[in-house]
Design a protein around this ligand. Structure first.
Ligand code: FAD
Ligand code: NAG
Ligand code: NAG
Ligand code: NAG
Ligand code: NAG
Length: 594
């Protein structure tokens, strides 16, 4: 509570100070005249932008941003400039080394935006520290590197329910394979046809370590009614499998900065500008004949704190789930009721910008390892389960009833899609299993939450954090399913195969026995999978060609376009979005931007 209160006060005071005293910067943003700004821009950028017209300006050199930029620059007729707020992290050992402390060591450092959520009203007022990469490669530089895919139906619903024509299992899966270079690990099963062989991102399973998984966990899952998967990437992820990670066989992270961009950094038509924050899209004075806004370029704040404007034919927003709606709103694309009080005039009235934010909530099960049992902490299994495996028939009926009530913010379309996934028995929870050197941990993740939050700007300063509400557990269905998953995790641990490997339970702990106690534990221990998605949803903010509605030449390619959560870790899909965006843009002549 004290922590929650502290953060609320902090957020409030930041918001108030930026309302009360607009900085010189924000005044300038409101009044900037393109011609005046051009005069102050960096000599190099000015020269290149003047002498050869830039075809693509990519806002954000993150997971999808570097994928789309690198692919577009394969065509030498395109000139591509990427503007990234962070520096490059090539010398940061915690980014590269996935066998070291890596992901635990990065949050809160200079490569992390470390956004703070509003207190979770439905989950014990917790504040979530939202790790997001502020570095070349974006969140792919900081993530757990799991490379997975959801049920076939999850992607097919993009097309059939959300109207995203051309976005279905076959096409999205093919785009993911274009990004992937899978290598086989001796002694572990995988099915080669499910994987790409020639893509930039290397992924592989970890070599088998110790017996905890093979003799303890996997038999315990099977004894609890679960099953073994031969490979989770072919459209049915259900079962337990030694999941692949995005890394080279030597356990160095493979991510967009070192695998898409770096091998192609020498291309003359591909330029990355670091330490530079895009402050807005610059618009032409008049709209197109069809009444749409026409971007002429973007304005950014460079590493010296100077405003620079560059012009180009097309703008691709790849700022991520918080950065993309932030820059759209700063540019006048969004809901007038949010823009007006900040003095931003509405260029495109698009109220869905920043809405539909969804995140996968987690709880945890922790047991100590038995004495004498050690583990490197590197091996990792994922166990995906469906409603029919997780729930008894009675529980299924209860869950199905809870599913009929949509929480605020969940659109009718998304609601219907969630009901379809549940009825078709698509995977609904994942148990991420990993032993720390001292513990066995199962992290139950709710894959398709109903709850929806939002993220919006509260300041015209492009470097100010957006304010966001994850609204986790707003839906009783979400709490019901995650509680059943917490109970099931203890059931795995009670199986005889695991007894030689584990000691006492550390969480939830023996004080937690009844369903009500488990529910309270789930709320009190609320965590997230760091998979926020959907804030510039396809069908609402962008069309099926990823073009921002009401504009002729602004596109989005990143995690914000998801129409709803997929039962997966999203980075593989986000690389696929970058690939698919590049393919579509290459095929669409500039003359079609009307
Ligand atoms: C701790 C953690 C663990 C995770 N584990 C996994 C996992 O194991 N498997 C998995 O699949 N996924 C995982 N994820 C999620 C996954 O990494 C993200 O969903 C994905 O990387 C997001 O990609 P993106 O392209 O949408 O955004 P990002 O990769 O975040 O890129 C956005 C980029 O835009 C830049 N930017 C933003 N605003 C501006 C601006 N105004 N001007 C200039 N630049 C800007 C940012 O600095 C950043 O580089 C994890 C995430 C985290 C944080
Ligand atoms: C970006 O900023 C970092 C950290 O401040 C600095 O080390 C690096 O040299 C800068 N890079 C560029 C290209 O400005
Ligand atoms: C990675 O980190 C581990 C653990 O800290 C260390 O043993 C190993 O040498 C590191 N590898 C590289 C290549 O730096
Ligand atoms: C690991 O392999 C990659 C790809 O071959 C290589 O670029 C990297 O330098 C290697 N890292 C180490 C620490 O050996
Ligand atoms: C895909 C999706 O769920 N879109 C919704 C986003 O939010 C707006 C505003 O609430 C809804 O109208 C959309 O249907």
């Amino acid at each position: 509570m004290v922590k929650a209160l502290y953060h609320t006060l902090l957020c409030l005071s930041l918001a108030l100070s930026s309302f009360a005293a607009p900085t010189a910067d924000s005044d300038a943003i409101a009044d900037t005249d393109t011609d005046a700004t051009v005069a102050t821009q960096d000599a190099t950028i000015a020269a290149s932008s003047a002498s050869s017209k830039v075809t693509y300006i990519v806002v954000g050199g993150g997971t999808a941003g570097l994928a789309v930029a690198t692919r577009l620059s394969e065509n030498s007729a395109n000139t591509v400039i990427v503007i990234e707020a962070g520096s490059d992290g090539f010398d940061n050992p915690n980014i590269a080394n996935l066998t070291g402390p890596s992901i635990q060591a990065l949050p809160g450092t200079s490569v992390d935006y470390n956004y703070q959520s509003l207190p979770l009203k439905y989950a014990s007022n917790q504040i979530i520290s939202m790790t997001r990469g502020k570095v070349l490669g974006g969140s792919s530089a900081l993530n757990g590197a799991l490379f997975t895919r959801p049920n076939k139906i999850d992607f097919d619903l993009w097309e059939t329910a959300f109207g995203a024509s051309g976005w279905n299992w076959n096409s999205i899966s093919d785009s993911i394979k274009q990004a992937e270079q899978f290598s086989f690990t001796p002694g572990l099963t995988s099915l080669p046809p499910f994987h790409g062989k020639d893509g930039p991102i290397s992924d592989t399973q970890r070599p088998l370590v110790g017996d905890v998984w093979s003799k303890g966990v996997i038999p315990a899952v099977v004894a609890s009614g679960g099953k073994v998967s031969l490979d989770q990437n072919g459209g049915d992820p259900s079962g337990i499998w030694y999941a692949a990670k995005a890394m080279f066989p030597n356990s160095t992270r493979s991510y967009s900065a070192n695998s898409y961009y770096r091998p192609n950094a020498g291309r003359k038509n591909l330029q990355v500008i670091l330490n530079s924050t895009v402050s807005r899209i610059v618009w032409a004075k008049s709209k197109s004949k069809s009444g749409k806004a026409v971007a002429t370029g973007v304005e950014y704040v460079n590493s010296a704190g100077k405003k620079v404007t560059i012009s180009g034919n097309r703008v691709i927003m790849s700022g991520g789930v918080f950065g993309t709606p932030q820059v759209l709103e700063l540019s006048g694309v969004g809901n007038p009721t949010i823009l007006n009080p900040l003095g931003i005039s509405t260029v495109v009235n698009l109220p869905a910008v920043g809405e539909n934010l969804s995140e996968q909530p987690t709880t945890r099960y922790v047991a100590s390892l038995a004495s004498g049992i050690t583990n490197s902490g590197l091996q990792l299994t994922l166990n995906f389960e469906t409603p029919r495996t997780l729930l008894t028939d009675d529980e299924w009926n209860t869950a199905h009833t809870l599913l009929q009530t949509a929480p605020p913010g969940l659109s009718a379309t998304a609601h219907k899609a969630l009901i379809t996934m549940f009825e078709k028995d698509a995977v609904i929870v994942e148990f991420m299993g990993f032993p720390n050197p001292a513990n066995l941990v199962f992290l139950p993740i709710l894959l398709h939450p109903m709850s929806r939050g939002s993220t919006h700007i509260v300041s015209t300063d492009p470097k100010a954090a957006p304010q966001f509400d994850l609204a986790l557990m707003q839906s009783p269905f979400d709490l019901y399913i995650l509680t059943k998953a917490a109970i099931r995790a203890r059931r795995f641990a009670s199986q005889s195969s695991l007894q030689p490997f584990i000691g006492p339970e550390l969480a939830p702990g023996t004080g937690v026995q009844t369903e009500a106690q488990f529910q309270q534990f789930v709320k009190d221990s609320m965590g997230v999978a760091y998979h926020p998605l959907g804030t510039a949803a396809i069908g609402n903010v962008v069309d099926s060609n990823l073009r921002v509605q009401g504009t002729t030449n602004v596109f989005v390619a990143d995690g914000s376009i998801f129409p709803t959560q997929s039962g997966s870790h999203p980075s593989s899909i986000i690389y696929g979005i970058g690939e698919k965006a590049a393919t579509m843009l290459k095929a669409a002549p500039l003359s079609k931007d009307v």
